[in-house]
Design a binder for this molecule. Structure first.
Ligand code: ADP
Length: 301
């Protein structure tokens, strides 16, 4: 097969591994710099151009689109979809997953376990919003944040009120969430491929920190997940319409709750922690499922 990896940097671990795994399995794999792909929208025959060349003949595309270039990256991917190329994750699903609030609403609709979460616009509604999620301590999140930046814990309602007022004053989009204390600063990253969790790791926040992101100094270890957690992760990915996803789960007193579904999960932490060939399993998924013109939305969404 001829596979394209849409990525800004061929030297990133995940990009490198996907290229390597694809070539190991006998495929032609090429990295396309997302921001250097440009497209002819007006023509009847949709095309993608790249550094002066017309890109043709790809069977599948693996999008690795960073949060900061979601808009442009989704447009490039959509163009590939219009050309009938099989996307590992569809552009619509990626765009969906990039909006934390929209994602939680979709998951809630399908009954997936979530932390109690509130969203409001007016500062007048702050006191009630805080009550709604069960009062302090609580977590405030910027909808556009990644890697734990923009996630704040407030120990008292007073602190929460001031932080909410400040964020609202800055016109930031924020949501308020119950603090899952019993998770003990740990979360579980489940790597879903198709309808299976193929690898899982526990991430533990460093002492004095509640955010377990590896970028925030968290440490990863192997974990055995329960059938309920497995089912929750697979359902969350399915609801989002993602074939491959990193589903972040907290162990709460009321069962597993999903915090986030990531459409471009990093492979380094999960491969080194579990020793699994995640990149190889992703390529295998493509081999089994890639068909031309099979995109659910064909770039329509
Ligand atoms: P990001 O997308 O920036 O990583 P998350 O929503 O995943 O933001 O939050 C970052 C980390 O903060 C999580 O990995 C988790 O450890 C912790 N965290 C987030 N929300 C909660 C919560 N409601 N209760 C307890 N811990 C939380």
């Amino acid at each position: 097969m001829k596979i394209a990896v849409l990525s800004r940097n061929p030297n990133l671990y995940s990009t490198r591994r996907l290229v390597e795994a694809g070539r190991e399995r006998g495929h032609e794999v090429r990295v396309i710099d997302t921001l250097r792909a440009y497209m002819n929208i007006a023509s009847h025959k949709p095309s993608i151009h790249y550094k002066g060349e017309v890109l043709e003949g790809f069977d599948a595309i693996i999008p690795r689109i960073g949060a900061s270039i979601t808009f442009y990256g989704a447009a490039v991917l959509r163009q590939f979809e219009m050309m009938g190329v099989f996307p590992l994750n569809e552009s619509v699903a990626i765009t969906r997953s990039r909006d934390k609030l929209r994602s939680l609403q979709l998951l809630a609709r399908k009954g997936v376990g979530l932390p109690v979460t509130g969203f409001a616009h007016s500062p007048d509604d702050i006191p009630d919003l805080i009550n709604m999620v069960g009062g302090a301590p609580l977590v405030i999140k910027l909808l556009e944040g990644t890697q734990g930046i923009g996630v704040v814990m407030c120990e008292t309602s007073q602190a929460a009120e001031s932080v909410l007022e400040a964020f609202m004053g800055l016109k930031a989009n924020i949501m308020v969430q119950e603090y899952i204390k019993e998770a003990g600063g740990a979360d579980i990253r489940c790597l879903v491929v198709g309808d299976k969790v193929i690898a899982a790791m526990k991430r533990q926040a460093k002492p004095g920190e509640f955010r377990s992101n590896l970028h925030r100094g968290g440490s990863a270890s192997l974990i055995k997940i329960t059938p309920e957690e497995r089912m929750t992760a697979v359902r969350a990915a399915r609801v989002m319409g993602l074939n491959v996803a990193g589903v972040d789960i907290l162990r709460s007193n009321h069962g597993p709750v999903v915090m986030e579904v990531n459409s471009s999960p990093g492979l380094e932490g999960i491969e080194s922690t579990t020793g699994k060939n995640v990149a190889g399993l992703i390529i295998e998924y493509i081999e089994k499922n890639a068909r031309p013109n099979q995109t659910r939305t064909k770039g329509k969404g």
